[in-house]
Design a protein around this ligand. Structure first.
Ligand code: UD1
Length: 422
């Protein structure tokens, strides 16, 4: 893994041209790994990206008594789950990676007890877990938070229930889905998240023997089974990484073929790129984004899937910062996500924040400066901003980017970027 203290040095002024390969999605891989806890024996997950968070999840599962073997070259992860796994996820790991919370559902569902450190807020805003707790209580668990831990128990097992989520939370849908597959009777989750990651997790569970209907819709119906078996599954392609490259092409007036990208998972963001002047075409193995002029500014509001993903918001802000015209970007999912705008302002971007709205006046070119990554996507956005800044930009805290993008610098260099890790 790259050094924790490293930074990216970017020289502005190059178009990105060429091909990139998209591997499995971070947001699927981590959830699939946690879900292996539901069955005793060895599950195999392929197309796993070699990123820092995957190694953190391996460590968490190892501490729970599993044996994780990762072949980074082939992207194959084998997880051997014991008869009686541990039940506690400590703060030192949860604070590094919020997806640790995804062991909550599988452990309470299978062994009837779990303690997971509360993840707290992070650089993109406060990230509650009240829906997770309320849903587990609906399923008959005793669940509460105490001394910084969520503690849930269900000594005689969970019982199917009708659950309604106040917001289509991805994390809550995943935890309740993985809890309900072993519950007695039928569970429905209404206002469920429809993200492709949730569908991928559901298909993994079906491969283990779970009975699930309605994946990809707002109502998921789960009929509990008494036991699940280990399975083999290929992780879904990363739509956020594919979307990052799509914006990278538009921002740099480049031409990138995104192999493995799934156009059908990016309809709204790609429509926005077309509105900005890009040409998007399907290719046999993915799609291609080509931009031959300065982008035209577009208004965007982030929303749960199939809306514009909050994870792509830094890229549309970066594009609008150098686009022709004015725009408004509204963040509806995470209030802290505009923290990275302060860094964009250091590069000369003309952006004003008013609550959850960012008003952006496009300027022809940014001006290179030292900046710092505040989270995964903000870090990648700042590197792309550096590519359209005059002179040199350094992006500190590169480790954020390593949490989400395997071989980011190598891919950028292959596309012609002047970037290095220092
Ligand atoms: C979110 C994104 C997901 C993205 C991931 C990583 C959405 C809907 N979800 O998923 O696409 O890949 O971040 O950046 O865009 N909330 C509560 N109580 C809860 C659970 C959630 O109030 O119990 C709130 C959160 O604070 C947040 C919103 O609901 O404002 C969405 O949260 P959720 O979807 O659970 O977040 P992630 O699973 O992290």
């Amino acid at each position: 893994m790259p050094e924790a203290s490293s930074q990216f040095r970017v020289l502005g002024g190059t178009r990105l041209v060429g091909e990139v390969n998209v591997t499995g999605a971070k947001n699927s891989a981590l959830k699939l790994m946690a879900a292996t806890l539901l069955a005793v024996g060895e599950s195999t997950i392929t197309n796993i990206p070699d990123i820092a968070d995957v190694h953190i999840m391996s460590e968490l599962l190892t501490r729970l008594g599993c044996t994780c073997t990762f072949d980074a070259k082939t992207g194959t992860m084998k997880i051997l789950v014991p008869e009686v796994p541990g039940h506690r996820a400590d703060y030192d790991l949860v604070r590094k990676m919020r997806a640790s919370i995804n062991v909550l559902g599988p452990l309470v569902g299978r062994i009837g007890k779990v303690e997971v450190a509360l993840p707290g807020g992070d650089a993109i805003g406060s990230r509650g877990i009240d829906f997770h707790i309320k849903g587990l209580i609906d399923l008959g668990a005793e669940a509460h938070s105490e001394h910084g831990y969520v503690i849930a128990t269900a000594q005689s097992g969970l019982i199917g229930a009708d659950i309604f989520l106040d917001f289509p939370s991805v994390g809550a849908t995943e935890n309740l889905l993985t809890a309900a597959v072993l519950a007695k009777g039928v569970t429905t989750i209404d206002n469920a998240a429809r993200e492709p990651d949730v569908v991928d997790l559901g298909e993994f569970l079906i491969g283990m023997g779970a009975k699930i209907e309605g994946l990809g819709t707002s109502t998921i119906k789960i009929t509990g089974v008494s036991q699940l078996q280990p399975t083999t599954h290929a992780t879904l392609a990363d739509r956020i990484v594919a979307g990052t490259w799509a914006f990278a092409a538009a921002i740099t007036q480049g031409d990138i073929t995104i192999n493995g990208g799934r156009i059908e998972h990016l309809e709204v963001p790609l429509d926005k790129l077309v509105e900005a002047g890009a040409v998007v075409t399907k290719t046999p193995n993915g799609f291609r984004v080509k931009m031959t002029k300065r982008p035209i500014a577009v208004d965007v509001a982030t929303l749960p899937y199939p809306g514009f993903a909050t994870d792509l918001q830094p890229f549309v802000i970066t594009m609008n910062a150098i686009a022709e015209g004015n725009s408004i970007v509204t963040e509806n999912v995470f209030e802290g996500r505009f923290m990275f705008v302060n860094e964009m302002q250091r590069l000369g971007a003309d952006i004003h924040i008013d609550g959850h709205h960012a008003s952006i006046t496009g300027i022809p070119q940014l001006s290179g400066a030292p900046v710092a990554a505040t989270d995964i996507r903000a870090g990648a956005g700042l590197v792309l901003a550096g590519l359209v800044s005059e002179g040199e930009t350094t992006v500190e805290d590169a480790f954020h980017v390593d949490r989400g993008y395997p071989g980011f610098v190598e891919s950028l260099r292959a596309l012609g970027a002047k970037v290095e890790r220092i």
